[in-house]
Design a protein around this ligand. Sequence first.
Ligand SMILES: *Cc1c(COP(=O)(O)O)cnc(C)c1O
Length: 373
Amino acid sequence: MTESKKLPMIYVTQPFLPPLEEFLPYLEQIWKSKILTNGGPFHQQLEQALCEYLGVRHIALFTNGTIALVTALQALRITGEVITTPFSFVATSHSLLWNGIKPVFVDIDPNTLNLDPAKIEAAITPQTTAIMPVHCYGHSCNVDAIQRIADNYNLKVIYDAAHAFGVQDGQGSILRHGDLSVLSFHATKVFNTFEGGAIVCPDAKTKVRIDQLKNFGHVGEVNVVAPGINGKMCEFNAALGLLQLKYVDRSIARRKEIDADYRERLTGVKGIRCLNGAGEQVANYAYFSILVDDAYPISRDDLYQKLKDNGIHPRRYFYPLISDFPMYRGLPSAHRENLPVATRAAQQILCLPIYPDLDMSVVAEITRFIAAQ
Ligand SMILES: *Cc1c(COP(=O)(O)O)cnc(C)c1O
């Protein structure tokens, strides 16, 4: 690509929206019934539909993924210290601070960039009560190794599965692993309800508890059993979710094509490594991430800036590391010597544009640009 031939502004993602006219009947129904929230019919239908689509037993919808993370920790009464990854969106660790829990950062695996199970045991103390891993980019964590450690030390496991909508391993949804999994339906995610989230839980009793906690701790009209929060998804978002669900398979199929195209076009470009998943049976292609190493002619940040100057807006997910933010960097586990793999990944990572409406000719331009440096 020459400097003069500028591309249109391309962002790392563009939210998927269904045709507006298809949403109008849902809105009419809300206006007619005047049921706007508090577990109305669309809320119930979406919980049911998501259980079927994802292949999970119980799901509790939320206003957003962050409130769902905060509530998941409350539901399991997690306290003390929780082992987590520094290579994630800041909401992962923030949900711990909102519960007065101390995050303990553990380094990541260089291949998947997920929490490295081999490093977890050394970080366990008498105060440790849980592990909060992230299925980063929708690539599955080493769930078996993590569960073995949790069983040995009697720890709970709460997965931040914000990226992992629809991902399956050989036995089914990866959301069935651990004690709870938390989804995000934010506009930037594979499946969006504008804002939204959910907790996937294994049994009905836990769902009842979570449903109380997301509704102020109310049980019936006059009882309040816990200092719950208002985390309920309203009917507008739930209705939108029902409509989005009709399109999500097509969206993921399109993402898969784009992912394959990037991989093919970037093969053999020196200094660029396309991140692979952990061999998921069904992937969701939520992100397309590359690592820019020393063999590449320019630095990751120079490539990032050059792409931006040409109208392409990739993102450095995740740079800076969570452990480098002011409210975390004083923690002993936040020291860079403790996190060498994550520190290097944060310096090399670049997420390229991927979304259902992305034109293949843009993928060609982006990869040509990267190869031409
Ligand atoms: C998006 C995201 C969240 C937060 O979800 P919201 O719905 O935006 O509150 C949490 N963790 C990770 C890893 C995310 O990417």
